[in-house]
Design a protein around this ligand. Structure first.
Ligand code: C5P
Length: 243
C-alpha cells in the first residue's frame, strides 16, 4: 500500500494518508515529550517498541470484543489504522493514585482506589488539556450524553481486560489514557495508542517507588534507564497470548 501525504504530526506519531481513504498509516516516532511539550527528548527505539506493544494490546482487546482502529503492523514502527474522527477527550482510567490525581487531591502516591476512577480531559494543547466535568463536556458539545456513557463503560471494560493482562506480565496497571474516534458509520472505536507513553506501569518485582517505574515517568522525572524499561515491558507483553 502506497503511503500518501502526512495528514497530521503529533508528539509521538505522524499520520499518513494511504491510497484507501478509509485507511491511514501511523508512523510511531522515537520523540518523547512531557508536560505539554515543555520537556522534549528522544527514547531510542521507542517508535518500534510502542508500536509493537500497542499492536499486541489492540489485538488482545479485539479478541475480547473491543472495537479498535487497529488493522495491522506492516513494519515494526508502523501501524495501519481505520480512519476515524478523534473525539477530543483524553479518557484517563485510574486504579492507583499517582500523577495529577495526587497533585490535585492530596492522595498519597500508591493509594489503591476503592473502584476505578474515570477522568476526562479536554484534548486541547492551547488550553493545556484541562480537566472536564461531564456537564462541561456536554456544554462544549465534545460528546453526547449517550456517547459519554458508552465511552465510560468501554473504558472500564478495557481497564478490566488490561489489568488482568498486565497482571500476567507481573506488572501493575496504575493508570492509563485512552482516546476514541468515530468511523464513517458513527461507530465509536478505540483509537490512538496504548503503550508505556500512555500508561503508568509498575514492576511487581520492585518495591522501591522509583525502581518499579516502567513507563514514561522515567523520562518525565529523569529516572534514567528509559529504553531498558520500555524494552522490558515489550518483552513481557509480547510473551503473553492475545487470545
Ligand atoms: O498526568 P496524569 O497523572 O493525569 O496522567 C494519567 C495517565 O494518563 C498517565 O498514565 C499518563 O501517562 C497518561 N496521559 C497521557 N497523555 C496525556 C496525559 C496523561 O498518556 N496527555
Amino acid at each position: 500500500m502506497a503511503t500518501g501525504k502526512a495528514l497530521y504530526e503529533g508528539k509521538a506519531k505522524i499520520i499518513y494518508a494511504t491510497d484507501d481513504p478509509h485507511i491511514l498509516l501511523a508512523q510511531y516516532k522515537d520523540d518523547a515529550t512531557a508536560y505539554n511539550a515543555q520537556k522534549k527528548g528522544q527514547i531510542m527505539g521507542k517508535g518500534r517498541m510502542n508500536c509493537s506493544i500497542a499492536t499486541h494490546l489492540f489485538q488482545k482487546l479485539e479478541a475480547s470484543g473491543v472495537a479498535t482502529h487497529f488493522i495491522d503492523q506492516p513494519a515494526p514502527d508502523q501501524m495501519r489504522i481505520k480512519a476515524v474522527t478523534i473525539i477530543p477527550l483524553e479518557v484517563v482510567v485510574r486504579n492507583i493514585a499517582a500523577g495529577s490525581l495526587c497533585q490535585q487531591t492530596g492522595l498519597t502516591l500508591g493509594t489503591e482506589l476503592p473502584k476505578p476512577l474515570v477522568d476526562f480531559y479536554y484534548k486541547d494543547d492551547a488550553l493545556g488539556d484541562p480537566f472536564l466535568s461531564r456537564d462541561r463536556i456536554l456544554l462544549l458539545e465534545v460528546a453526547t450524553l449517550e456517547q459519554l456513557d458508552w465511552i465510560t463503560q468501554s473504558a472500564l471494560h478495557i481497564n478490566q481486560i488490561l489489568m488482568e493482562f498486565f497482571q500476567q506480565c507481573a506488572i501493575t496497571l496504575v493508570d492509563f489514557k485512552l482516546e476514541f474516534g468515530l468511523d464513517g458509520q458513527g461507530q465509536i472505536l478505540l483509537a490512538d495508542e496504548i503503550s508505556p507513553d500512555t500508561c503508568r506501569l509498575w514492576n511487581q518485582a520492585e518495591t522501591d517507588p522509583d525502581r518499579r517505574v516502567m513507563d514514561k515517568d522515567r523520562f518525565r522525572r529523569d529516572l534514567g534507564e528509559v529504553e531498558s524499561a520500555y524494552a522490558q515491558v515489550m518483552e513481557r507483553v509480547l510473551a503473553q497470548p492475545v487470545q
